[in-house]
Structures are given as C-alpha cells and as structure tokens.
Ligand binder design. Structure first.
Ligand code: F6P
Length: 323
C-alpha cells in the first residue's frame, strides 16, 4: 500500500485505498490516500485497508458489478494485494476488461507464479522463534512439544520453520503420515539416540491426513466437542496415550499474522509493488508481479489462479534430514 501510493504521488496520480475489501468498494469505503496515510507503516503488521475475505466474485455477474463500482469512483486501474481468493477476483476483473495487476501476499506461500509471497518469511520467522523458545521447555521437562502452524493446503511454513528451527519431525498436508511412523521416529530418537525431548511441527492442513489415522475416536470426539481440536492437540494427546511420554501442543495461530514484517518481507513487498505499478502504467493487465529468482516478472493471472504451489518432495527431504 505504501509503495503503490508513493509511486502514485511521484507520478502525480491520485491514489485511493479501498477499505474493507470488495464489500467496501460496493459500500463506497473508498478514500483518497495522502502521504500521512502511508507514513511509518512499513513496520506495521496486519492490513491497514482491513482487507478480508468477500463473497463478491462468486456469481457470474459480479465482475461487472465491481467494474461499475470502480468506474463510479473514477478508478482507472487497480492493484490487488492478496492470496488465491484475491487473485482469482483480480483475474475475473481483468477478464471483464478492467485494468488490474496483482501483488502476491499470503503467509501460506501457496500462490504459483512467484518464488515467494509477501508475509510468508515473517510467518516462518515467528514459527522458528517459537521452536527455539519451546526447545528450552521441551528439554527442561523431557517432553515432546508439538507446534501447530498455519497452512491450510500446503506446508511451506512448517517445512521452512522445521529446517531453520531444527524440528525433529515435520508433518504437512502434501505428505500422508501414519501415527505409527511418528511413534517409530520418536521411539528411535528417545530410546536409540537417547534424547530426552522432541519437537514436532505440524501444519494445520495436515488435519485431513490425521483424520485418516486411527486416532482414538474418544480423543477426536472430546477435542471436537470442546472445540480444542487442531491436529497438533490431537497428536500430542495420542503421543501421551500411546508412548506414555509427556507431550504438549502449542498452536501458534494468529501470532503468525501479527508480527512486524522482517526485512526480507519489507523488501519483497517493495520490489513486487513497485513493478506492479510499472506494469499497470505500461498498460499491462491480468498479470501478477511474481518473484523469479532476483527479478520480478509479469505472470499471467490465468496461469496463477486455481492452482496451489505445494512443497516439493526434494524440499521436504531437507526438513527430514536437517530438521
Ligand atoms: O490464508 C492464510 C491463512 O493464514 C491460513 O493459513 C489460515 O488457515 C487462514 O488464513 C485463517 O484465516 P481466518 O482469518 O479466516 O481464520
């Protein structure tokens, strides 16, 4: 938001912010941005525009509704900052003939067409710091610490945090696992390698794999009823029940989305947004500014949406060896 607005100030173009997502566009929550609106915000977490999920763009006529609303506000071009849902809407709007460019931003890092999305590296940093901190309590009390991180469909945060923070086991949606495998690996670590603690990191989306497991029905029912149940809680409980060792779960949840962005994320946001403005000013539309190595390229949105960038086997191997 800061970079896009400042590029507009520089080019003497009026910058407007659409608050409260697409719903805000329809409710006229559209405001001209001044220098004060974007001053000192590079270090802030969260979404200043209060971006959120929206139900607009679910029906065939919705792109035209959005297009009319944008024209009503005198908006000639749009930069859409967000993840899969936002970029899908951007693609539909471009298809309807409105000039639009995307900037990938999701902590899940599951957008194809970019090496990384804004927010991801900060989320990994938070998860890694948590692993570092939890190691102390795990070791002090001879416990298995299960750490549940975000990642609905993919395990990027879990895998990178596992590599950087040295988790002993990483569980992600892309790879099915069985409880026996986990028990086996914990057993080897504790009984053969004589370690007194272990750290398991699990992506929330691995829940689907967990559902296929022979997890004790009673456990699942209790957790479900009390609304405690993430896959991490369930695993910790099963480890205690089957191995008889002390196990605890920490769910990082929204902490991963509220840390001040680390430097690599601020830089990435700057590179991508700066290029997004270039693309829009050059008359390009229906593209997303995607990071490819050290360069930013215009990736056709039609090749980006409806897909998931999953963790590759080769990369997952790193977490297994070096975690
Ligand atoms: O899409 C990013 C994400 O952080 C997911 O990892 C997580 O499941 C989801 O958002 C949580 O979203 P909500 O704010 O709707 O609970």
């Amino acid at each position: 938001m800061r970079v896009i607005a400042r590029r507009c100030f520089e080019a003497q173009i009026e910058a407007v912010g659409i608050y409260d997502s697409w719903d805000g566009l329809l409710k006229s929550a559209v405001r001209t941005l001044g220098r004060g609106d974007v001053a000192g915000i590079a270090q802030r977490a969260g979404t200043i525009l209060r971006s959120a999920r929206s139900r607009l763009f679910l029906s065939p006529g919705d792109p035209q509704i959005a297009k009319d609303a944008l024209s009503k506000h005198g908006i000639d071009g749009l930069v859409v900052v967000g993840g899969n849902g936002s970029q899908t809407a951007a693609a539909m709007l471009a298809e309807a003939g409105f000039p639009v460019v995307g900037v990938p931003k999701t902590i899940d890092n599951d957008l194809v067409g970019t090496d990384q999305s804004v927010g991801f590296q900060t989320a990994v940093e938070v998860a890694m710091q948590a692993l570092d901190a939890l190691r102390a309590t795990a070791e002090s009390h001879s416990r298995v610490m299960v750490v549940e991180v975000m990642g609905r469909h993919v395990g990027w945060i879990a895998v990178e945090a596992a590599i950087a923070g040295g988790a002993d086991i990483a569980l992600i949606p892309e790879h099915d696992f069985t409880l026996d495998e986990i028990f086996e690996r914990l057993h080897t670590r504790h009984e053969v390698h004589k370690r007194n603690y272990s750290i398991v990191i699990v992506a929330e989306g691995a829940m689907d794999s967990a559902k296929k497991l022979d997890v004790n029905r009673g456990t699942r029912d209790v957790l479900g009823r009390l609304r405690l149940g993430g896959v991490g809680t369930m695993l910790a409980h099963e480890i205690e029940r089957k191995l008889g060792w002390d196990a605890r779960c920490t769910t990082l949840g929204y902490l991963q989305r509220c840390a001040a962005p680390i430097a690599p994320d601020r830089l990435l946001a700057t590179w991508l947004s700066d290029k997004a403005v270039d693309f829009l000013l050059a008359g390009q539309s229906g593209v997303m500014a995607g990071l490819n190595g050290r360069t930013v390229e215009a990736m056709p949105l039609k090749d980006v949406v409806g897909k998931l960038k999953t963790v590759t086997d080769d990369y997952f191997r790193l977490a297994k060896i070096f975690g």
